[in-house]
Design a protein around this ligand. Structure first.
Ligand code: PMP
Length: 304
């Protein structure tokens, strides 16, 4: 079972983990009305950093805006809460989880409840399991589709979206796969349960567009930026399912999954079945940020 860290930030104060509770009649528990982020910390040769902290918390506020959820703090205050909770736990964790949600104060769907905010942290390690960054995972296409763009906005990182993610991830696990990939309501490729997708064709990176009901991932943006800076072509485009089987290389990316190669989809081997040269190159550039090898041109490594 999980060892919980000692301290958590809730509504402006650092508290003991066991004391960070909420009422069972909180709006979010019934209706999915929360927005959240997942952020990683890294120990670099120049000290501990929180990767793209401001970009993540800016997206948190964008998600709240989409749902017309009042935020009782500023981005900078939530940034500070993130730093404070890492320090309170003696920098022994590697993952941050800011969450804002409609709390107790009305049971109607349109109730103007107060927004409660918490920032938790824990040690995640490798999200998709040990050694997957080297060996890659076996993925499947889910029988569950992503929600259509005029139903639930995929561009918000909201609690309710993860009902879809749970169906995709749990089905994949039940069938013995490392992760599930969903198609959009158009039938075209969308993304993984909690990761964006990159396919390699002829030395170029191809990734699915935001119109395919996906979260515009910060890791996705990091990889696009690092690739273009290295002179690698990146194409955002609609992609049909069978291209998963035909591409030279395939990987998924996200804060939790980092940059995870995919070695097969639906039982079809991808490329050689081993992480290919462009996947390796992107892993080197990405993890190089935290090893002091890739220059931090954009101020992404925000000091603790
Ligand atoms: N898609 C979904 C559905 C996700 O939950 C995540 C993880 N936040 C991602 C993509 C990747 O986003 P990011 O790189 O910002 O973590």
């Amino acid at each position: 079972s999980m060892q919980y860290p000692e301290w958590i930030w809730q509504n402006g104060a650092i508290k003991r983990w066991a004391e960070a509770t909420t009422h069972v009649m909180s709006h979010a528990l019934h209706y999915g009305s929360s927005v959240f982020e997942g952020i990683r910390t890294y120990q670099t040769p120049n000290g501990p950093v929180i990767f793209r902290l401001t970009d993540h918390n800016t997206r948190l506020f964008a998600s709240a805006k989409i749902y017309d959820m009042a935020m009782p703090y500023t981005v900078e205050q939530i940034n500070q809460a993130c730093r404070d909770v890492i320090k309170a736990n003696d920098n022994t964790t590697d993952y941050l989880r800011p969450v804002a949600y409609r709390g107790l104060g009305g049971f109607g769907l349109s109730a103007d409840t107060p927004t409660d905010v918490a920032v938790a942290t824990w040690k995640m390690g490798q999200y998709l399991g040990a050694s997957v960054l080297e060996a890659g995972i076996d993925a499947c296409v889910s029988s569950w589709q992503r929600f259509a763009p005029n139903t639930i906005p995929a561009g918000a990182k909201a609690g309710g979206n993860y009902l879809s993610g749970q169906l995709v991830a749990r089905e994949a696990r039940r069938l013995g796969f490392g992760e599930g990939i969903a198609l959009a309501s158009t039938g075209l490729l969308s993304e993984g349960a909690g990761e964006n997708l990159f396919l390699v064709f002829d030395g170029a990176l191809h990734t699915t567009p935001v119109s395919a009901a996906l979260l515009n991932g910060i890791t996705r943006n990091t990889i696009i930026t690092l690739a273009r800076d290295a002179g690698i072509q990146v194409v955002e485009r609609d992609l049909p399912r069978e291209y998963l089987y035909l591409c030279d290389e395939l990987f998924m990316c996200g804060t939790a999954a980092e940059l995870t190669p995919i070695r097969s989809v639906d039982g079809r081997q991808v490329g050689t079945g081993k992480p290919g040269p462009l996947t390796r190159r992107m892993q080197e550039l990405f993890f190089g940020l935290f090893e002091g090898k890739t220059p931090d041109k954009y101020g992404w490594l925000e000091p603790l």
